[in-house]
Design a protein around this ligand. Structure first.
Ligand SMILES: [Zn+2]
Ligand SMILES: [Zn+2]
Length: 200
């Protein structure tokens, strides 16, 4: 499912499918709106994460000679695995896109463009096409946290019995106690047990 909007009719390169290709020959005028939606199934599982909702791209494509800038927003939902409790959870994603595309020069190489490798907002296109699928993958990789957590308070798995401590209190004693202090602890327990009742 796709559609285009904005500056008049935009001829599409592929009929009846969500094309991941943005045909730059169709970009006319200083700015053109491109809106596309890709089903989650359009992305493979080998991307390191699972996309759990349609990917919606809303872009303003600006043309400056043979350079193009894509400015807009990417909205979807990504399913991750919590790094503490290993349960899958959904992360709503809404990232701003601001990428400049330069022509990939096969003969003279990309070095000609004098671009530092750290500049993540620079990409290359070839054959008059921008691969929107690649753009989506890259933006989602950038947005993905290294250690995803299902919640700030995730208690993770019990290191002794493996129970998900968000779901059950397994009762394992995971605190390390210095055995040399055991006599002192016994003394404290006795004092508390026999002492006056008090609220803690
Ligand atoms: Zn978790
Ligand atoms: Zn346990």
């Amino acid at each position: 499912m796709w559609y285009s909007a904005g500056f008049g009719h935009m001829p599409e390169d592929v009929a009846g499918g969500a094309s991941m290709r943005l045909d730059l020959r169709n970009v006319r005028g200083p700015s053109q709106a491109v809106v596309r939606a890709f089903p989650a199934s359009a992305f493979g599982l080998d991307d390191g994460f699972t996309i759990a909702a349609p990917v919606e791209l809303g872009l303003a494509v600006r043309k400056d000679g043979d350079k193009y800038s894509l400015l807009g927003r990417l909205v979807t939902t990504v399913r991750r695995e919590c790094s503490r409790c290993l349960e899958p959870f959904d992360v709503p994603i809404a990232v701003d896109i601001d990428v400049r595309y330069l022509p990939h020069r096969v003969n003279s190489g990309e070095g000609e463009q004098e671009i530092s490798e750290e500049d993540l907002s620079i990409a290359f296109y070839r054959d008059d096409e921008i691969d929107l699928g690649g753009l989506v993958r890259e933006q989602l990789q950038l947005a993905a946290p290294m250690k995803p957590l299902c919640g700030d308070g995730c208690r993770g798995l019990c290191p002794i019995c493996g129970a998900n401590r968000n779901l059950e209190a397994c009762g394992c004693d995971t605190t390390w106690r210095d055995p040399r202090l055991e006599p002192l602890r016994a003394l404290v327990r006795t004092t508390v047990d026999t002492g006056p009742a008090r609220k803690v």
